[in-house]
Design a protein around this ligand. Structure first.
Ligand code: ADP
Ligand code: MG
Length: 756
């Protein structure tokens, strides 16, 4: 093995997720760092990995099946998850079991086997001349090989994580290198690669990968790759980013902590930049190619509603958002807007008024909700708001069947007599045809995938409508509403192709919800609280964590809870709603609660989104430890909709994990959905964030982290916008490899062109 690779050298702290935590580095003269030479002849990075010296067919197979490493390039992009600084040698007497990694130099005095059966272990007594420690192995099968490989009396450098057993310091399963083969101090940071159990069984560990990348870099340093840098030189210079080749090298074998930081920064930027470039290019293409219906004026129905029917004054935020949409819909381009607003901020009304603009311009509108309960509720809300205005609203869900479905609804929609169609996925069915659909509103977007969004956009009207005397066929304007507060950085990435409006103001007179944490055992005082509120005329939700609706155990939870409550409040009426009930039955129970006939609603998370009963003032969440932050916030949003003081009670077991405790604390501290979303993102990482998986746009980020690299997302987006302004035709020669790279990415990831 060559001495210019990092593996043979020294130690100490890791960088979790490529963030260097703490390093002790002396300045090393690192050979490879001087090898970013001009290429002589390029090495072909698409060479199968089996041809890399030391790999061979067997290992190549493992690398492919376990890590998806097929070519030289794949290996080049298989970055270590941490580096350990191996620049310091310790004395044996300095070691403590608290140290993360240590490295000592000395000799083995003797070997000894101890214990029986599964407790069998091999011990090497090791000394540096000043103190004594044990090196320990536990896999009996390897003992012979170890005893043969390491010679008594020879000088070794031993590296590992110290432990303690019977008052004596030991290093289990150490890395051992012969002291003379190791050039102390040539290099500080050793890469650590993720490997799988199956690889380990096949004899491949982080060290093996390190050998492979080492070999690859040796070859590349002789014949550097000719992959062009996808980031144009001018851009790199402007943003102070290092070249591709250097960053790839330094991500594996950084000559210093600073070099690692710069390499990481550059790769993160590149990753985020190309996501933004793809999204923004797609958005612009759509705007150029797809013109929208022009809703030129606000007319009779909007004005009548605003003047005579609106029961309260709009908040400034609502007014602003409606203005933004009026502008979009009048611009001649297709509107694609995301409306964000915390629970209770009044999005439904905004949707309704936007739809009235569509009607005023001679078009139909459609509102799509994720659940039947919600669709029904929107229907009821719309009916109530509109009163006797001449607007025909119909409801279409999976349970609307037969003649009623065919005749007034489908036929009416087709004929253009239905002004507003509200429904679930059912509105996407092929039997549903609009006469002139001008606006689609999707509520609680996170339940719908991009693909479904796309399906709506594509849907042409059966009778192309006339504008300015000409028949035109255009996609409807699209408004996506979500109450799941999405941190800005994530929104920019998930919905980066949409324009965003935010309602950042609640209707006046709302009192902040008080949130409290109860241990399970405190049923008595919980029931007393419920009793007090109900005696004031309020209503109460009690929610149980029913995660999978088919899970018998969880249903039991809800049923038991229902029985307990019936027992504790024999004089009250209690509704029960869960996902396994028949739709009609569910509606019935829900209606009774909405009408105030029942005082308590026992439910699962089916009520999570959108349900609106302003008289309800208490939300009790049982087993709150089983819900994520976003979900807790959604559930809490069911109360605090009236003028009364509302409460949210989070009930948990006595023993909860530190993370759960933190979640509960955040809930008790703040009502601000965006703050909660930020916290959620930090806790769980974006991949897990509720809704992002279903959204079908969960980006596979290799190196950047949306929770931590927020500022970089913004920079990437601004830069991408700038580039698109500068080279709208995508033909500038200095950007050629950048555009090519974007196209290559598109092939493997999301096919943007298909979405529209
Ligand atoms: P969400 O944004 O969660 O969908 P809703 O649209 O359900 O919120 O609105 C919550 C409640 O606030 C509803 O009862 C609605 O009628 C009421 N509301 C909406 N806008 C206003 C306003 N400007 N002033 C007072 N109440 C409002
Ligand atoms: Mg809503």
């Amino acid at each position: 093995m060559s001495s210019c690779r990092g593996s043979r050298n020294f130690y100490y702290l890791c960088n979790a997720n490529h963030e260097t935590i703490s390093l002790q580095l002396s300045s090393f003269n690192y050979k490879l760092s001087s090898t970013y030479r001009t290429p002589k002849k390029a090495i072909d990075l698409s060479t199968p990995i089996t041809y890399l010296p030391g790999v061979g067919p067997q290992r190549a197979k493992l690398l492919e099946s376990e890590l998806n490493i097929i070519t030289f390039r794949d290996l080049l992009y298989y970055f270590p998850y941490k580096h350990i600084d191996r620049s310091r040698l310790y004395y044996v007497h300095e070691l403590t079991p608290e140290m993360p990694f240590v490295q000592v130099k000395g000799e083995i005095l003797s070997f000894e086997e101890e214990g029986q059966g599964r407790k069998r272990r091999l011990i090497a007594h090791f000394t540096d001349g000043m103190g004594l420690i044990d090196l320990v192995w536990f896999q009996a099968g390897t003992f012979r090989w170890i005893k043969k490989s390491y010679l008594i009396g020879k000088q070794y450098i031993v590296f590992g994580r110290p432990g303690v057993f019977k008052d004596r310091i030991n290093i289990p399963h150490p890395d051992i290198d012969s002291a003379d083969s190791l050039q102390l101090g040539t290099m500080g940071l050793q890469p650590y690669y993720n490997t799988t159990e199956r690889m380990k069984k096949g004899g491949l560990n982080s060290r093996s990968i390190e050998r492979f990348t080492g070999t690859l870099f040796e070859r590349l340093s002789a014949l550097p790759l000719n992959d062009p840098d996808p980031l144009p030189a001018a851009l790199r210079q402007q943003l102070n980013l290092i070249p591709l080749w250097q960053s790839l090298h330094d991500l594996h074998y950084p000559p210093s902590a600073e070099a690692l930081r710069r390499a990481t920064y550059r790769q993160k930027f590149e990753e985020l930049f190309f996501i933004q470039l793809g999204l923004l290019r797609f958005a612009r293409l759509r705007q150029q190619q797809v013109s929208g219906y022009v809703f030129a004026h606000v007319g009779e129905r909007f004005n009548t509603f605003y003047r005579d029917y609106l029961p309260f004054e709009l908040t400034n935020a609502q007014k602003r958002v409606i203005r933004e949409m009026r502008h979009d819909m009048g611009s001649g381009k297709q509107m694609n807007r995301l409306l964000q607003g915390d629970v209770g901020s009044g999005k439904t009304l905004v949707a309704l008024m936007t739809m009235l603009i569509a009607l005023d311009n001679g078009y139909q509108a459609c509102l799509m909700a994720p659940t039947e309960i919600l669709a029904e509720q929107h229907y009821a809300t719309f009916k109530e708001f509109l009163g006797d205005m001449p607007v025909r609203v119909e409801l279409l869900t999976g349970s609307v069947k037969g003649k009623r479905r065919r005749e007034p609804i489908l036929k009416g929609t087709r004929a253009g007599e239905v002004d507003i169609l509200i429904g679930t996925h059912a509105v996407l069915e092929d039997t549903v045809a609009f006469n002139r659909l001008g606006l689609v509103v999707i509520d609680e977007q996170h339940r719908f995938g991009v693909a479904q969004r796309a399906k709506l956009w594509k849907r042409p009207a059966p009778n192309p409508s006339c504008q300015g005397g000409e028949a035109v066929e255009r996609p409807p304007h699209v408004l996506v509403m979500t109450a799941t507060p999405i941190p800005r950085t994530l929104a920019m990435t998930l919905y980066g192709d949409l324009d965003v409006s935010v309602i950042d103001e609640l209707p006046p007179g709302r009192k902040p919800i008080e949130t409290r944490h109860f241990w399970e055992e405190r049923t008595e005082s919980l029931y007393r609280g419920i009793r007090t509120e109900i005696s004031k005329g309020r209503q109460v939700y009690v929610v149980y964590p029913l995660i999978k609706e088919s899970e018998k155990m969880d249903i039991q939870d809800l049923e038991n809870g229902y029985a307990d409550l019936c027992h504790a409040f024999p004089d009250l009426r209690i509704s029960k709603v869960h996902g396994q009930m028949k739709s009609a039955e569910k509606d019935d129970e829900m209606d009774r609660f909405v009408r105030g006939e029942t005082q308590i609603l026992v439910a699962t998370t089916v009520i999570e989104v959108g349900v609106n009963v302003p008289n309800a003032s208490v939300m009790v969440i049982q087993n709150a430890e089983r819900f994520g932050l976003a979900q807790l916030h959604q559930l809490r949003g069911r109360v605090g909709r009236g003028a009364e003081q509302s409460y949210c009670i989070l009930v948990t077991k006595y023993q909860i994990s530190p993370e759960t405790k933190k979640r509960i604390e955040i809930m008790c501290e703040t009502n601000d959905g965006f703050e909660i979303a930020e916290a959620d993102l930090k806790f769980r990482g974006p991949g897990d964030l509720e809704g992002t998986q279903q959204s079908g746009m969960a980006f596979d980020l290799h190196i950047a982290n949306l929770a931590r690299d927020g500022q970089l997302v913004q920079l990437a987006r601004d830069t991408a916008n700038h580039i698109l302004d500068e080279d709208p035709q995508q033909c500038k020669p200095e950007y050629a490899s950048m555009w090519q790279h974007l196209r290559d990415l598109g092939k493997s990831a999301i096919d943007w062109s298909n979405i529209s």
